[in-house]
Write a protein that binds this ligand. Structure first.
Ligand code: CP
Ligand code: NVA
Length: 308
């Protein structure tokens, strides 16, 4: 099994830090890890986890992925380290990269993540910022590939807030040539710069559509994907966003307007009965828990590529 050598020791701050070929290589490795057909030893490697926001899936999947590779993780909780006391990023990053072999960071501003990467001599991985969630997008498209095999025949409709998860789906979708439709209420469109970058990658303008008209984004969709309406850090916006997103709940009615073979994805955690109903999340169309499991296999593959 060949690992893409050109990912060695690189940062993964954005979906655009990989190419289509590198992503497909990661997927091949992930498939082998998942089928237990591959064993790569990264003995003694240490991944630091700096999480400014809560996490279940990302934190635990990185921990288990490292343990499966024979390495370890260090949980650097900002409230019990000097990070929470305001130690400058450039000092923290320079010190941590002398102890750890890579650092996965979950924080608010993409600019803070980029600052870590600037000062760290070891690879920095984006474990979610307000702008992007590239590890999530890798697992999402891996899940889609398991189901449909050929990306060029897939229509992915994301229903919800055009922020981190949607932005990374757009960028990763553009790299892989997947048709992506984003359906959101007015004012919740994805980042303009992300959309512009994606449009440059797509060879065909019709492959990326941003719309406020949800009904028009459903016909022919093979994947319906949603995310929470109020993201971490937006707790004070819940009331207004619940109103703004009314009508954007993924329910059986929406499902019936998509393609017959439609699958449902959600990055989780979910607010059942807000952005998605119980009926849909637990339906036969749902691949949400497979998707969550795939976080681990795909990150194991990513780490194997960054470390060796
Ligand atoms: N999807 C995801 O990133 O989940 P966590 O917030 O639990 O890590
Ligand atoms: N958009 C969500 C994703 C959680 C994985 C958030 O940022 O909270």
């Amino acid at each position: 099994m060949l690992k893409p050598k050109n990912l060695y020791s690189r940062d993964f701050l954005s979906s655009l830090d990989t190419s289509e070929k590198e992503i497909l290589n990661i997927f091949e490795l992930a498939k082998n890890f998942k089928n237990k057909e591959l064993n790569i030893e990264l003995k003694d490697k240490v991944l630091g986890l700096v999480f400014d926001k809560s996490s279940t899936r990302t934190r635990v999947s990185f921990q288990v992925a490292m343990s499966r590779l024979g390495g370890t993780t260090i949980d650097l909780n900002p409230t019990t380290s000097q990070i929470g006391r305001g130690e400058p990023i450039k000092d923290t990053a320079r010190v941590l990269s002398r102890y750890c072999d890579a650092i996965a960071i979950r924080t608010f501003h993409q600019s803070d993540l980029n600052e870590y990467a600037k000062w760290s001599s070891k690879p920095v991985i984006n474990a979610l910022t307000d702008l992007e969630h590239p590890c999530q997008a890798l697992a999402d498209f891996f899940t889609i590939k398991e189901e449909f095999h050929d990306f060029k025949k897939v229509v992915l409709t994301f229903i919800g807030d055009g922020n981190n998860v949607a932005n990374s789906l757009i960028l990763c979708g553009a790299l892989l040539g997947v048709e992506v439709r984003i359906a959101c209420p007015p004012g919740y469109e994805p980042d303009k710069e992300v959309v512009n970058k994606a449009r440059k990658l797509y060879k065909n303008d019709d492959l990326l559509r941003i719309t406020n008209d949800l009904a028009s984004a459903l016909p022919g969709a093979n994947v319906l994907y949603t995310d929470v309406w109020s993201s971490m850090g937006e707790e004070n916006k819940k009331e207004i966003k619940d109103k703004d997103f009314s009508g954007f709940t993924v329910n059986s009615d929406l499902l019936s307007q998509a393609d017959d073979d439609v699958i449902i994805l959600h990055c989780l955690p979910a607010y059942r009965s807000k952005e998605i109903t119980d009926e849909v999340i637990d339906s036969n169309n749902s691949r949400i828990f497979e998707q969550a499991e795939n976080r681990m296999h795909v990150q194991q593959a990513l780490l194997a590529c960054l470390f060796s």
